[in-house]
Design a protein around this ligand. Structure first.
Ligand code: NAD
Ligand code: TYD
Length: 351
């Protein structure tokens, strides 16, 4: 497989995947397709934009005719599909946008791939990047395995679950060669500052309140984005067709404990007295339908493919905080304009 279409490559995780493939595989032709929504930013891939094996295509996956024409023109042999609406809070206010991009957009890609390769699937691959949120919520114990039944609770996770089902159904019905990964919460450089960790880093820098939803006792399983990109590379090359793999770092944190750790790290880096940033913590109205706990059992990908995270959480978080402190212009660029409207809607009346 030489001609690879990566969707959503101007976003957070996609930019790390694109960078990895462009740099590690000079004989592949990497096409980065992205609609450049609020979450897409070509600054995220500026370091590789002039490489000879890289091409950017601005296109919207909800446009079936454009997607089909692109497959006819370029004959992409493989797809790594990350383009999505990805923020749970936005899905609560506008679920339809999530159906359009995450469900219809995925179908458009599946159809274009199927039309182009219907009698010639040998050596081709459709890689669908998904989330652990499709499994719903855990209680205090237990882990999500690949056998856990889907039970999505938010419009975001429902749309991702639907897209996973369509990918699987195309595998069964049309023999389309697919692989799916369901990963836990990512963090790292280029993370859009609406999500917990980058939002709180930005607010600590600017001495703004840290809006913790509910009592803060919600648990997430955090993975460094570079390790997710490495897992995607491995599964893309060595994963079995028609299989799904869970990806996670066995790294569970209650939100409030994570926020306190972040405050401690940032006080030290910003030269503030210990305990200073914690004073910014503000408990706000909870998210409706807030999933209590996510935790991934990543033993299948570890045992079958040998993947494991390369950094500890402390290393990854320190690296991430340093990246944001050293890239404050990036932060300023992505938090201007529309971002401020979103921030006002979400938070100003929430406290
Ligand atoms: P993101 O929101 O940072 O980036 C999404 C990208 O998709 C953006 O560049 C955006 O411009 C593009 N996009 C959105 N709608 C589009 C459309 N209609 N056509 C073309 N491009 C479009 O998201 P992310 O956090 O990088 O997540 C990437 C993928 O990984 C998603 O599929 C998400 O469900 C999945 N995932 C994310 C996490 C996480 O913690 N962020 C964890 C597991 C899985
Ligand atoms: P988020 O980064 O939105 O990821 P997800 O909801 O997909 O797991 O949120 C991570 C956790 O942090 C989640 O439990 C919601 C919580 N949270 C807050 O407490 N305050 C915030 O301002 C945000 C954005 C999230």
């Amino acid at each position: 497989m030489k001609k690879i279409l990566i969707t959503g490559g101007a976003g957070f995780i996609g930019s790390h995947v694109v960078r990895r493939f462009v740099n590690h595989y000079p004989d592949y032709e990497i096409y980065n397709l992205d609609a450049l929504t609020y979450a897409g930013n070509l600054e995220n891939v500026s370091d590789i934009e002039n490489k000879p094996n890289y091409t950017f295509i601005k296109a919207d996956i909800t446009d079936a005719s454009v997607i089909s024409a692109l497959f006819k023109q370029h004959s992409f042999e493989a797809v790594i599909h990350l383009a999505a609406e990805s923020h749970v809070d936005r899905s609560i206010t506008n679920p339809l946008a999530f159906v359009q991009t995450n469900v219809t957009g995925t179908l458009n890609l599946l159809n274009a791939f199927k039309e182009r390769w219907a009698n010639d699937f040998e050596g081709k691959r459709f890689y669908h990047v998904s989330t652990d949120e499709v499994y719903g919520t855990l209680g205090a114990t237990g882990l999500f395995t690949e056998q856990t039944a889907y039970a999505p609770n938010s419009p975001y996770s429902a749309s991702k679950a639907a897209s996973d089902h369509f990918v699987r159904a195309y595998g069964e019905t049309y023999k389309l060669p697919y692989v799916i990964t369901n990963c836990s919460n990512n963090y790292g450089p280029n993370h859009f500052p609406e999500k917990l960790i980058p939002l709180f880093i930005n607010n600590i820098i600017n001495n703004k309140p840290l809006p913790v939803y509910g009592d803060g006792n919600y648990t997430r399983d955090w993975l460094f984005v570079v390790d997710h990109a490495a897992a995607i590379d491995l599964v893309f090359h060595e994963g079995k067709n028609h299989e799904t793999y869970n990806v996670g770092g066995f790294n569970e944190w209650k939100n409030i404990d994570l926020v306190k750790l972040l405050c401690k790290i940032m006080d030290a880096k910003l030269g503030r007295p210990a305990g200073e940033s914690e004073k910014l913590i503000t408990y706000v109205k909870d998210r409706p339908g807030h999933d209590l706990r996510y935790a991934i059992d990543a033993s299948k990908i570890n045992k079958e493919l040998g993947w494991k995270p390369s950094v500890t959480f402390e290393e990854g978080l320190n690296f991430t905080v340093d990246w944001f402190l050293n890239n404050q212009q990036w932060l300023k660029n992505v938090t201007s304009g529309d971002y401020m409207n979103y921030y006002t809607d979400q938070y100003i009346n929430r406290v």
